[in-house]
Design a protein around this ligand. Structure first.
Ligand code: PLP
Length: 784
């Protein structure tokens, strides 16, 4: 089996490709040996002999001399059948209805186990208590807990190898504990991730049920089996034509069974890599991962795990960021299990008591016993490349021996949930300012500043936040060695003491500081949402004048939000001040001045006064040039609006009345089939790829898409900067065509929507993303 090393697949615990010989076996069955195993004619007999042969090799693979193999659609069905069978038998036992008995499962079991227990206990109305068996920090089960609870247990479910960490469970120890406490208890072992990697030797164990899945081991999806120990209860989940000797109704998946048998054949004939080789593969990957991410932490205790799984987390990087850069480098890995949600963290790692960041940031890299040395070697060099790419993007701090990073000019938006922190860097003077740093983003801010080796001129808050304490103090400490004298100040918002005056668009005089040779940052008071509040206006002042049209960015805190305005119902709010502040803004800002808010509730990134006036009727009335809303009207209407804000519905305090944006226009989506012709037809369009630079640099195949030149990279962190450029260059954007790309079409879909809100009526999204345009075929080789 020679893989195409273009795609490095390191997600074997989620599923594997099908072994070519196994695929051939399935095709052969579909084309030639297609009889129904229940038929009594020759075609049926031939089919039945395939089943029987496969059953025998399944028993051998499990190291069982006796017992039954029931073919199922996969391990989930095998687990259901085992649990259903066990619970039906338990229900018949004397005193079963009296309660006080346990059904125990390991806390790190695949969801199929606890969910099946819950389901069948409910359906069968059993009085049993379902107990999760705790694990220690290495994922090993708590034997004391097991010993003390097994006495009252009727069914115990454990796993042989954990799917997320590769941790091997001590089945002999579990058996001893169970059997000395409760010889009658039925015992299910989920063996999905063990087959092919460990010898199970069921002949010497009292395991009652073992569940196995084909698609984790080079057979197709839709095939698996349940091993049932001789004498253990077996109740069919499906009643029907009596197939599988009455254990499972329904015609067997013969192609799947034939493929599985072929895999077992390969395994029995030495076609799988041995443990030593697999451990060597893991060691190589570990070396490369450590080179790429020197600070990484392994969540897998290697000494207690199969060699085919590496679970790790990198401080300061989310699992999505690692996943995205790996995917861009064509390395397929997963965050935790394929069924789990990375955002919520991993229940397996939580059960092991690992810190939340390690669980939320976990990446699982898993390979199989047929992985080849060439795949591992390509994987290693690509992993190291991803590390370099992330360092160049300043997401991880570079090593001392690495060349300094070229400082990137301009504005960076950092987001966590709705919170936005901003960094502006003037490359020429190597100075940065940081605005509204949130505690959740402090690590990232520190890394970016350290990586670029900028001096920090100021760390500023736009207002006294209501929902959190400023983390300016923390950041000042962390960045101490990089602070310019101006950053040390007694001002509560961090405004430097030494300033000079500029006149701003409203004609007022405002204090300002210089940002490099060209730009200034001026502070104008903007109270209301909170009584101490200001806006920072950034632009190129001409002769001491920072007119509205030269303001590139306006950091206005929560005064103007995307789709809303600030609140007047906090203790520290002032309705009258908010009214006056908002009414001043059109004098201070021009049509291309990008408002950079402190919160972004609907992924709108940034906005302008003009866009907000168009989309927000209340604001439009406030700013109506002919008949503006009066202060009295504002004082009357705004409290009613604030009452409508339901903080309880949101995980974060909502800093204003926010309208959700309109939904995307499906007609502006480009489907897979139309791609090439679409790009040809829209040759004049601006094509942007919204992935981060460390992802973008891996993509080389633009021509495949019908693009003659690579698209422009506009990462989301730089999107507000792009908006300013767009607004300055295209005051009328109604005819401008922009095509947005990314890997999956999600990020680009959001960006296209934002662009449409910003007046780019023809903002297209490539649905399904670039991933769907790529083919990842495998070369096949005679594997003899
Ligand atoms: N058990 C374990 C340990 C697994 O890893 C999986 C699949 O992720 C399953 C059960 C479910 O297997 P299947 O997909 O065959 O239903």
């Amino acid at each position: 089996m020679t893989p195409n090393t273009r795609d490095i697949y390191l997600d074997s615990n989620a599923t594997t490709r099908v072994l070519p010989k196994a695929a051939h076996a399935a095709v052969e069955v579909m084309e030639n040996l297609f009889g129904n195993p229940s038929s009594s004619h020759v075609a049926g007999l031939r089919a039945r002999s395939i089943l029987n042969k496969a059953r025998a090799s399944a028993l051998r693979v499990l190291g069982a001399n006796s017992g039954r193999i029931v073919f199922t659609s996969g391990a989930t069905e095998a687990i259901q059948t085992a649990i259903f069978s066990a619970l039906c038998a338990i229900r018949e036992r004397k005193g079963a209805e009296s309660g006080g008995r346990y059904l125990i499962y390991g806390a790190t079991e695949h969801k199929a186990v606890p969910e099946a227990l819950k389901h069948w206990v409910e359906v069968l109305r059993l009085p049993h208590k379902i107990l999760a068996l705790p694990v220690d920090e290495k994922g090993r089960i708590d034997f004391d807990f097991l010993a003390s609870h097994a006495v009252k247990a009727d069914l115990i479910c454990t796993m042989a190898v954990n799917n997320e960490t590769g941790v091997i469970h001590d089945l002999a120890g579990i058996e001893k504990t169970i059997r000395s406490a409760q010889p009658e208890a039925l015992w299910l072992v989920d063996s999905v991730q063990a087959v092919g990697k460990l010898n199970l030797n069921l002949a010497t164990a009292t395991i009652d049920y073992a569940a196995v899945s084909g698609h984790k081991l080079y057979a197709p999806k839709g095939i698996g089996f349940l091993y049932v120990r001789e004498g253990a209860p077996l109740k069919p989940l499906f009643a029907g034509g009596g197939q599988e000797s009455g254990a499972r109704g329904g015609t067997e998946n013969l192609p799947g069974v034939a493929a599985l048998a072929e895999v077992f054949d390969t395994m029995e004939n030495g076609g799988f890599q041995n443990e030593k080789t697999l451990t060597g593969f893991r060691d190589s990957l570990v070396v490369s991962l450590t080179k790429a991410f020197p600070d990484l932490v392994f969540n897998t205790p290697f000494e207690a795990a199969v060699p085919t799984v590496i679970n790790f987390a990198v401080p300061g990087l989310s699992s999505k960021e690692i996943l995205d850069v790996f995917d861009a480098a064509d390395i397929r890995v997963s965050s935790g299990s394929a069924c789990g949600s990375a955002i919520l963290g991993s229940f397996v790692l939580e059960a092991m008591g690992l810190p939340q960041w390690q669980s939320e940031g976990a990446i699982r890299l898993s390979f199989g016993p047929m992985t080849t040395p060439i795949e591992i070697s390509v994987a290693c060099s690509r992993i190291e490349e991803t590390g370099r790419a992330l360092r160049a993007s300043c997401l991880i701090v570079r090593e001392d021996n690495e060349a300094p990073i070229e400082i990137n000019d301009g504005l960076i938006q950092l987001k966590r949930g709705s919170m936005c922190s901003w960094i502006y860097v003037d490359a020429q003077s190597a100075t940065a300012i940081i605005i509204d740093p949130f505690a959740e983003l402090v690590d990232r801010i520190e890394t970016i500043i350290r990586c670029q080796e900028c001096k920090v001129a100021a760390i500023l808050d736009t207002h006294m936040h209501v929902d959190h304490d400023s983390c300016r103090g923390d950041l000042l400490k962390r960045l101490d060695s990089l602070l310019l004298p101006s950053a040390h100040t007694a001002d509560p918002l961090g405004w430097p003491e030494k300033t000079f005056n500029v006149t701003v668009g409203s004609g007022e005089t405002a204090p300002a500081i210089a940002l490099g040779a060209r730009d200034v940052l001026a502070r104008v008071e903007l109270p209301g949402h909170t009584i101490i509040g200001c806006a920072y206006l950034l632009g190129h002042a001409i002769d001491g004048h920072l007119g509205a049209n030269v303001v590139r960015y306006a950091f206005t805190g929560d005064t103007i939000l995307i789709g809303g305005i600030g609140r007047t119902d906090f203790n520290s709010s002032s309705s009258e001040s908010l009214y006056n502040s908002i009414r001043r803004l059109p004098h201070l800002l021009g049509p291309a001045s990008v408002i950079c808010p402190t919160h972004d509730y609907h992924n709108g990134f940034a906005t302008t006064m003009e866009i907000e006036r168009t989309g927000n009727r209340f604001l439009a009335r406030m700013l109506d040039p002919l008949m503006p809303m009066t202060l009295e009207e504002f004082n009357l209407e705004k409290p009613l609006m604030d009452k409508g804000i339901n903080d309880a519905l949101n995980s974060e305090l909502v800093c204003g009345n926010i309208a959700a944006p309109c939904k995307s226009k499906a007609s502006l989506a480009v489907s897979l089939e139309d791609r090439k012709s679409f790009f040809q037809k829209h040759r004049g369009a601006l094509v942007i790829d919204v992935r981060e630079p460390h992802e973008f640099l891996f993509v080389r195949d633009w021509e495949n898409l019908g693009l003659t030149t690579p698209p422009r990279n506009v990462p989301l962190t730089r999107f507000p900067e792009f908006l300013h450029e767009l607004f300055s260059e295209y005051p009328d954007r109604s005819k401008l065509e922009v095509i947005c790309l990314c890997r999956s079409g999600n990020r680009s879909g959001g960006v296209a929507e934002v662009l449409r809100r910003c007046g780019v009526n023809l903002a297209w999204n490539l649905t399904g993303g670039l991933a769907l345009g790529e083919s990842s075929s495998y070369e096949e080789q005679d594997d003899g």
